[in-house]
Design a protein around this ligand. Structure first.
Ligand SMILES: [Mg+2]
Length: 212
């Protein structure tokens, strides 16, 4: 696969730029179930089994909360505001170095299912300057959810580029790769092998090898 016509690289954040440690996922899960139970006027123990079953099916906390008739995005965001991100996301010098190389050659941007306050905190803890990424599309702030085409189309418009000149990097085939592909962007899957993307790599650090 050749990426020689690429002028911009877009990144997903969660699971792509960093991996949520198990402890963080567990803390989030616990707070989410407590909040959902409270909103439903039930005891957390009463809903935990059903919650986990649905989350397994939807692979998304937001969609799981919605399936209970709750305002998923709102609850999920309020949980993030409680999570002590600094305990789990720390400076990643290898990532910082790669981004500083990439930005010499490419426009960098992010599209993430998240809100700006939460994502910018994470990026800062990783040691990245989020201003290096433009545009920064925080789907929840706009009422969008990947793989909706809107965030990807908004990126194309902001970059003023042809979609084939843009590559999007993500760790989820169903939301990142399919979403970006649907608008004509090129794609790189991170975290294994994907038949759906134009290229695959084990970790985000390999992007430097594919694109520098
Ligand atoms: Mg992700």
């Amino acid at each position: 696969m050749s990426f020689q016509n690429i002028r911009a690289i877009g990144f997903d954040v969660d699971g792509t730029l960093y991996h949520a440690p198990e402890a963080m996922s567990q803390q989030i899960g616990k707070i989410l179930i407590q909040k959902a139970a409270k909103a439903l006027s039930q005891d957390p123990d009463e809903i935990v089994e059903e919650y986990l079953k649905r989350r397994e099916m939807y692979r998304s906390n937001t969609m799981t909360l919605n399936s209970f008739g709750l305002e998923g995005e709102k609850i999920f965001q309020s949980v993030w505001d409680q999570v002590e991100i600094h305990k789990y996301v720390s400076k990643d010098l290898k990532l910082v170095k790669m981004m500083s190389e990439l930005k010499k050659k490419y426009r960098l941007f992010v599209i993430t299912n998240g809100s700006g306050s939460q994502v910018e905190r994470k990026m800062t803890h990783l040691g990245l300057d989020y201003h290096d990424f433009d545009p920064r599309i925080y789907c929840y702030d706009q009422g969008w959810v990947k793989p909706d085409p809107q965030p990807f189309l908004a990126a194309i418009e902001s970059l003023e580029m042809n979609p084939q000149e843009i590559v999007y990097v993500g760790d989820r085939e169903d939301i990142d790769i399919e979403g970006a592909k649907a608008v004509g962007m090129q794609t790189i899957f991170v975290g294994g092998e994907s038949d759906k993307s134009d290229a695959s790599c084990q970790t985000v650090y390999d992007i430097g090898l594919l694109l520098v």
